[in-house]
Structure formats: structure tokens, C-alpha cells
Design a protein around this ligand. Sequence first.
Ligand SMILES: [Zn+2]
Length: 71
Amino acid sequence: MKTDMRQTEQAIYCIGCGQMLDEEHSMLHFRTGFYYGRIPLGACQPCIAAYTPLQMLWRAVMSETAYGYPN
Ligand SMILES: [Zn+2]
């Protein structure tokens, strides 16, 4: 038996501007938070540039995934 349900492109909710982003357009992707319980939270590049708290979150996420990052 084969399930042929294709997953549509994952949309991410930007917590900065409130837009839905394609995963490829999101700079930040929180794996712990969800909008409406199922839409992943994230942030786009302009919002990260505009909001200092997002920059700090982005740095935190980046340093978590990229070990040995000098800082
Ligand atoms: Zn945004």
C-alpha cells in the first residue's frame, strides 16, 4: 500500500512581519514554536535585520547548530 500524499512546501510564519514564508525564504526557523499549533515559526531576513531581538535569536540558533563558530 502506497500513500501518495505529497507534502506541500513548508510554510513558515514570520514573527516579525506576520507573513507566511516559504522555507527557503526564511532565515530563522524555530523548531519549538508553532503558529496555530502546526505552522512553524520563523523570521525572514528583513525582519532579522530590523529587529534586534530577532538578531539575537538568530545568533542563538546559529551558534546552536554551527559548532565552533568563532564568537
Ligand atoms: Zn518578516
